[in-house]
Ligand binder design. Structure first.
Ligand SMILES: NC(=O)c1ccc[n+]([C@@H]2O[C@H](COP(=O)([O-])OP(=O)(O)OC[C@H]3O[C@@H](n4cnc5c(N)ncnc54)[C@H](O)[C@@H]3O)[C@@H](O)[C@H]2O)c1
Length: 389
């Protein structure tokens, strides 16, 4: 796995790297010119954040849905719009990097096309919906020699980032068990609709296994990525149970309980539920249990409780994102983390720093989730080698 020494070193320095970024932006001569491919809800959040980053200029947008493209254009004045991303890639020779924000099943196709044009890519999570697609993306990146950064921005949520640093510093000893959950409401009913070429039926892309891959790949994927990043060990087995208790109108499940087993014996237990729109404080939880204590975020701080007693110690979390940036966030993403992700992406492009989230660690997260999906469909425990490498 790539979630090892190198990503640890990169992560350990993540706050320092980020705080150096404004100096970098100030001294850089020209903004990085971006093409954004896929301009739906998530892209609008990107575009709102990009308005606060003078190191970037969005010069082109591509999307086949005119109303989504028009809305994106209002957030990127001066950008030229395209209905077909292939025309954009063929026509434009003034682009420095491509950002892929299409429905997940198209990530590989668009990313590979960008690499074939010799352009580096920031691709939204999940990296892909199949292992084969993830491998195609890695191979195309290698062949072109260009950067592939996967958009797991939640690693940069200040509390999560702080927890990762504290765990890595041994504050609760060695990790033994991690428990997490995401309880939320249903997918956006206004998501783009995939039209099946055989039947002509158009369906919300988040309802179909072919287009979404797995419900966990769409959400819960961030938490699993962050937990896996903290655990930093080799996965040996995955098991999951799930189904459709409430939303019976779709292929993808509405609840999952998954267990990931690591070589050292550490377990990650994770639950996703999509019919809990108002779950309050229990809606998002991440608890790390170590050999010496327990750690979890609480009221904007990190709580640490040692097994031997002595009460709770709270560690402050500093969020240095300018308030003007958070104010600009749109949609559900109140989003210091996307801002920080672009700062890191700029540093990878300008200074050649390895990405905080490289393709190998993003592929590991895809594989964990595809194993969980297969396990819940086949009602059996799966080994790591039950899916291709
Ligand atoms: N990092 C995060 O927190 C986060 C949050 C939400 C979504 N996402 C990811 O972002 C991606 C998009 O999600 P969304 O919520 O914006 O979905 P959406 O349905 O709102 O938008 C998808 C857009 O892609 C466009 N599209 C479809 N086919 C295309 C093609 N061939 N070329 C270009 N554009 C095409 C659609 O017209 C639509 O505008 C998904 O991969 C999703 O998993 C990430």
């Amino acid at each position: 796995m790539e979630t090892n020494r190198r990503s640890f070193l990169v992560a350990a320095g993540a706050s320092a790297i980020i705080s150096g970024a404004s100096a970098l932006e100030a001294q850089s001569e020209k903004p990085i010119r971006l093409a954004i491919i896929g301009t739906g809800y998530r892209a609008w959040a990107h575009l709102a954040i990009l308005q606060s980053l003078p190191g970037f200029q969005v010069v082109a947008l591509a999307d086949p849905t005119p109303e989504n493209l028009d809305r994106a254009a209002t957030l990127a004045p001066g950008a030229k719009t395209y209905a077909d991303y292939r025309k954009l890639l063929a026509e434009r020779h003034d682009i420095d990097a491509v950002v892929v924000i299409t429905p997940s099943f198209l990530h590989a196709e668009v990313t590979v096309a960008a690499f074939e044009r010799g352009l580096p890519v920031l691709c939204e999570k999940p990296m892909a919906t199949t292992i084969d697609d993830a491998n195609l993306m890695i191979e195309a990146s290698r062949k072109s020699g260009k950067l592939l950064y996967i958009g797991f921005q939640k690693r940069l949520v200040p509390a999560t980032n702080k927890m990762r640093d504290l765990v890595a510093a041994g504050e609760i000893g060695k990790i033994e068990f991690v428990s997490g959950n995401l309880f939320r409401g249903d997918w956006n009913p206004k998501s783009w609709k995939y039209k099946n070429p055989k039947t002509g039926i158009a369906t919300n892309w988040r309802y179909l296994t072919y287009t979404e891959g797995s419900a966990l790949l769409e959400d819960g994927v961030h938490e699993i990525d962050c937990a896996n990043w903290m655990i930093d060990d080799r996965v040996v087995r995955v098991t999951a149970s799930g189904g459709n208790n409430v939303y019976k109108d779709r292929e993808t499940v509405d609840h999952v309980a998954a267990i990931v087993e690591y070589a050292s014996g550490v377990k990650l237990s994770f639950e996703l539920c999509l019919f809990a729109a108002n779950a309050g404080p229990s809606s998002r939880r991440l608890v790390v249990i170590g050999s010496e204590g327990v750690m979890y975020p609480e009221n904007g701080k990190i709580a640490i409780r040692k097994h031997g007693g002595g009460g709770v110690r709270y560690v402050d979390v500093v969020d240095d994102t300018p308030k003007s940036v958070v104010g600009k966030a749109v949609g559900s993403a109140q989003d210091p983390e996307t801002y920080k992700q672009y700062q890191l992406f700029a540093q990878s492009l300008r200074l050649g720093k390895p990405p905080l989230v490289g393709p190998e660690s993003a592929k590991t997260t895809v594989k964990i989730i595809l194993l969980a999906e297969k396990s819940l469909r086949e009602h059996r425990v799966l080994n790591w080698n039950d899916l291709p490498a």
